[in-house]
Ligand binder design. Structure first.
Ligand SMILES: Cc1ncc(COP(=O)(O)O)c(C=O)c1O
Length: 340
């Protein structure tokens, strides 16, 4: 798909040259299922980066594999899933296909906040899935780890999706040492520019990791992907520099949208949720005809009630955001001339 890709929350920056270097180095070894020395170096580097022991880390083919693992776990243990509403849009479909009962905790209409008491009450004997900061709302749902301690105590299992950790710097990873049933999911798709390589990882207690591992087929993360992840971790400053640029661009974008009267939700991610004030389908179709791709949730059944007037937009490079903003304003004006 050519054009401006602002619909997938990918990084606008290419992978680190170290990722490419390691990819080429290990491409010669893909006749093997795994390469011991690579796996060890990767686990050590990841351990250094996350500040957790190797025994508490498991690597995944994208954090999406962790989501499937969570649903498989809920299914085989015969538990319901508790999630916020809105949550990651693919979750609604997956839960239906897996035939797992779903309990949704509605986020408030004023700023998509989470009602903690309802969450804690609903967690009883359930598999709880929380994204912090949340996708698609971009905000932090939970600040206080004590809330999650209460959830973990009641829940059968608690999965905290920290896909946007590098942008929020908020983590609850300490909970894996206090509760045997907590897992943290992370990805290198966003901050590390590796979406197409498919690399994620999970942090959990040794026992929980073992239980979840029983549900996995082996050799899930390709040698070449491991090599790219290792390269990216060896060039940490490149990724963190990109994160800083994206955060600056995001705040510039929010400022320029505010100046033309468009509201956004406070974001702790690499995307923004913009209130366009009119049905989002018209806006996203208008932008698409100009080669600009954004997400409108109007056609996703469970989300249209909450988000029909919002578009979700990935933060790209500064010049891309300027192009986007100009075209967004023109599109809104052409769809609805009364709206600035
Ligand atoms: C909250 C959340 N979880 C998981 C994922 C999947 O990421 P990955 O590329 O690691 O599979 C995404 C991707 O956008 C996401 O937003």
């Amino acid at each position: 798909m050519k054009g401006l890709r602002l619909h997938m929350n990918e990084s606008p920056y290419p992978p680190s040259s170290k990722s490419i270097e390691y990819l080429l180095k290990y491409a010669y070894e893909v006749n093997k299922y795994y390469v011991d020395e690579l796996q060890q170096e990767l686990m050590n580097e990841l351990s250094k980066y996350v500040g957790e022991d190797v025994s508490n880390i498991d690597i995944l083919a994208g954090s999406s594999e962790g989501l499937i693992l969570m649903l498989t776990y809920a299914k085989v243990r015969n538990k319901r899933l508790v999630a916020t509403h809105p949550t990651f849009h693919i979750m609604y479909r997956l839960v239906e296909e897996f035939e797992i009962p779903l309990k949704l905790i509605e986020l408030t209409d004023d700023g998509f906040k989470l009602e903690y008491e309802e969450l804690i009450r609903s967690s009883e004997d359930s598999v709880v899935y929380l994204i912090n900061p949340n996708n698609p709302t971009s905000n932090i749902l939970i600040e206080d780890p004590d809330i999650l301690r209460k959830v973990a105590k009641k829940a059968y299992a608690l999965f905290i999706d920290e896909a946007y950790y590098e942008f929020s710097q908020k983590t609850f990873k300490e909970l894996i040492h206090e509760h045997e049933n907590v897992a943290i999911l992370r990805t290198m798709s966003k901050a590390f520019s590796l979406a197409g390589a498919r690399f994620g990882y999970m942090l959990a207690s040794v026992n929980f990791k073992k239980e979840l591992n029983k549900l996995k087929a082996g050799f899930n993360v390709p040698v070449t992907t491991q090599a790219m992840a290792l390269g990216a971790l060896k060039d940490l400053s490149y990724a963190l520099d990109n994160v800083r640029k994206i955060i600056n661009t995001r705040e510039e974008l929010r400022k320029s949208l505010r100046s033309v009267g468009l509201k956004t939700i406070e974001s702790h991610t690499n995307f923004v949720l913009i209130d366009v004030g009119i049905p989002c389908g018209k806006v996203s179709e208008g932008l698409k005809s100009l080669g600009i791709y954004v997400v409108c949730f109007e056609k996703i059944d469970p989300l249209k009630d909450k988000l029909s007037k919002y578009i979700r937009v990935t933060v790209g490079k500064p010049e891309e955001m300027m192009e986007f903003t100009q075209n967004l304003i023109k599109t809104i004006e052409s769809v609805n001339p009364t709206k600035q």
